[in-house]
Each structure stands twice: as C-alpha cells, then as structure tokens.
Design a protein. Structure first.
Length: 239
C-alpha cells in the first residue's frame, strides 16, 4: 500500500488552528472536531483521489498531527510526538505568535477550497514550492489567478496609462519603456493588494485591488514575511 503523501501547508494550518481549540493531551481521535477535520482534509482539492487510501488523513492521523505540535509548544511540559517534519516547525513559527491571523488564514482556506479544481489523478496541485506562500497552496493559487487575470490586468494598465501616461512601478517608479525603449512599452506586472487571509469571496477582481509593479518589487512584496503593502515597501526603499 502506498504511503500517504506528506502534509501540505494548507493541511497543517487547519490542524494547527484546531490545536488552538482542542488539547490533544485531554482528548483522542474520537473527538468530533478531530473527525470533522479529517473529513475536511479529505475534501480539499490538493491531493488527487488516487492517493486517498483508507488511512488518508483519517481521524487517528489528524490526532497524531496535533500531538506533533505539542513538541513545539513551549507551554507544554512534556515532549509530544517527535517524528514531525520541518514544515510543521515552519507553520508553527509563522503563526504561533498571531493566533488571529492563523484563524483568518484557516477560514480563508476553507472558503476558497470550493473555488479550486481538484488536480487529475496523476498530478498534485501545481504550485512551485519556491513561489508558495506560507498561507498554503490554495490561497497561493487563487492569488496568482487573480494577478494573472488578463482582462483585469489589461484594464488596469489601460486606466493607469490614460491617467499618468506611463506604467511606472508604484513602489520604486521603475518604467520599462524608459529603460528598454519600444520593447518595454506597455509592460508591467500587476500585484493583488488584498491579503491572502481575506481572499474568501468569489467575486471578480476590482481594478482597485491591483497595483502596477516591476518584477523585482513584485518578488519582494511576495517574499516579505509578513507581507508588506505597496506603501510599506515604498517607505522601506525611501529609508
């Protein structure tokens, strides 16, 4: 029998959020909330159905994952289960100091899951690990889908060109047409301003949600932890 696939950031975020509400020391895999999370994890469009074996993210597996988090919790006097992975530590370090952000991110994952198609049986949800945000691959995919919406991007660029006459980066003022001439005319990237934890609704992208940025600043906006706004990064450059 094939082994269960490794837990993803999305799954670990949902498990950690449950950990904040359910103490694994005083419960078991019979806990209704643990059983409910097992059902949710089986429904997420991350892993193809082909890997959904009998024990895939079952209640016992969810309970064991909660026990893995015990080893990272400084308020726990014991040792917890020690066979957890590196990604668990990364998720703990990302969210343990901000439970409200964890809750908002978990809620957003659950809200956008129905908007993401499940990958074919021979594939997993395709997200380059280097490009995946700490909030998980479902929110990463929805964010990138909105940024790459060609209709919204072109409308945004057209509006900015009509208003200012150029597509200067809103962070550093770089203009591709000024630097590269004709080949750079009309070129820029669009950054979706809305925080990942707020990507819950299935509405169309508003032009106000998009910012014109150069490739370098776009990368830095995505790389900053926690995310910086366009205004934050612009102020950082000034300093």
């Amino acid at each position: 029998m094939a082994r269960n696939p490794k837990w993803t950031s999305d799954e670990l975020i949902l498990a950690l959020e449950l950990y904040t509400r359910v103490d694994p020391v005083h419960t078991s895999d019979k806990n209704p909330e643990i059983i409910a999370l097992s059902e949710i994890l089986n429904s997420l469009p991350i892993h193809p159905y082909a890997v959904h074996g009998e024990k895939f993210r079952n209640a016992n597996g969810v309970y064991m994952k909660l026990c893995n988090f015990l080893r990272l919790d400084p308020s726990y006097a014991g040792t917890g289960l020690q066979r957890g992975g590196k990604l668990e530590e990364e998720i703990w370090n990302e969210f343990a100091q901000d439970w409200p952000r964890l809750k908002a991110t978990a809620d957003a994952i659950l809200a956008v899951a129905p908007l993401i198609p499940r990958p074919p049986d021979e594939e997993k949800l395709a997200i380059d690990e280097e490009d995946e945000f700490p909030e998980g691959r479902l929110l990463t995919q929805l964010h990138k889908r909105r940024e790459r919406n060609p209709a919204a991007s072109e409308k945004k660029k057209k509006r900015v060109l009509e208003k200012t006459g150029s597509l200067s980066c809103e962070v550093c003022d770089f203009d591709f047409s000024t630097k590269y001439g004709k080949i750079g005319q009309g070129f820029a990237e669009c950054h979706h301003r809305k925080p990942l934890a707020e990507l819950k609704e299935s509405r169309t992208t508003r032009l106000e949600d998009l910012a014109i940025v150069c490739a370098n600043c776009h990368r830095m906006l995505h790389r900053a932890r926690p995310w910086k706004t366009v205004e934050d990064l612009k102020e950082l450059i000034k300093r």
